[in-house]
Design a protein around this ligand. Sequence first.
Ligand SMILES: [Zn+2]
Length: 445
Amino acid sequence: MKLVFHGAAREVGRSCIEIQTQGDRYLLDCGIKFTTEGFSYPENVFDVVKLDGVLLSHAHLDHSGGLPLFEHYDMVCPIFCTHQTLALTKILLKDSYKIAHIKRLHPAYGKTDLKEVEGSTTRVEFDKWYSHRKLTFRFLNAGHIPGSAAILFEAEGKRILYTGDFNTRTTRLMKPADFAKDLAELGPVDCLITECTYGNRQLPSRAEIEPRFLEAVKRVIANGGSVLIPVFAVGRAQEILIMLAKEQWDCPIYYDGMAKEVTRNVLTNQSTYVINKDELHRMFFSKVKFISSEQHREEVARERPAIFVTTSGMMQGGPAIGYLKELWHDPKNAVFLTGYQVHGTNGRHLVDDGYVFIDGWKTPVKCEVQKFDFSGHADIEDIKRMVWAVHPKKVIFQHGEEESVVNMVEWTKRETPFEPYGPSIGDEIDLGDEKESKNIASLSK
Ligand SMILES: [Zn+2]
């Protein structure tokens, strides 16, 4: 069996790993990457018409956003994902298509392709074995967002765990991933493919960061300013609502963008791994206010004090920039980013260099800016613990920027008996024949 890396290799975005067995080809995820210009797709995936299956770990567009383009190029194979991932992917794909049209990014695909993604999908349940052609696979809770899964699969006598995006800490919304517990029942793996978004950083604990965040919001409101909280529609938006539920607010809380539709979906879907639904329900149906039109949004954006919880989390789309237009010039206001900011996005520009692009204009932001690391991802210590617990023969680090991947590869070489890989795009790892395996880690640094 061979693995080919088409994306998320020494970068964060466009996750896409091809599994090649004798005669069959499957994909693990099929995402897009957000860039300043728009987005990019997985590279060098040829003959999509001949693919035999896609295993989709979760709904985020950097894992699912390439699916409609592949459908457009006549991909005919089934896409396997959890019930909730399908529901959320539908919402996210529809929205990204809409944004691409508004911004004239012109994705090659059309609405029919979006429908075909849905039509091709086969829903799977967590913690059950499934078979498809030469693959046997099982979806395990990844603790990242509702519906998110790590995928354990077997083919040609090898067993591999692909973590997708995972979190081993309990959040306000999700039960954590526990692969060691899963594998204690299921047996060891030959190869672990893990994300390493935070492969070079430790994150503060939730117990520390959450009060700091709430205090900061309270301070801005008490001074008569307004707070913009850009959120990822899936996961972070709901978590922020559950956090805000802990306090009494004398100002309105507006909940805008796709977060609304996603939250409704999260509340109506059954999931063993989603928690605090009652608090979320209370906030969503009785505490927050929704935006009814563009004009309504413009009006409320000028309100002081107020809290605006809105997409998108990296301020690349969604209404967030619309609010910032009314907030950026006054130091009394604040923008509190709530998660990872990819290189090249407005959010990253804001954190690193203090500016954003508003309607194409580079705008130095004068209001307060802070980033709170409410991560849905494991940090460096969590990843190390997970790697030890899973105890694979080989470990492949991907879905991390160059320095994270290198850091994890070096650590593995130095401190563990496992064989590390840090593939670049286009690299192949042969898991079947030990002699033919390219040690990509040693090629790169
Ligand atoms: Zn994700």
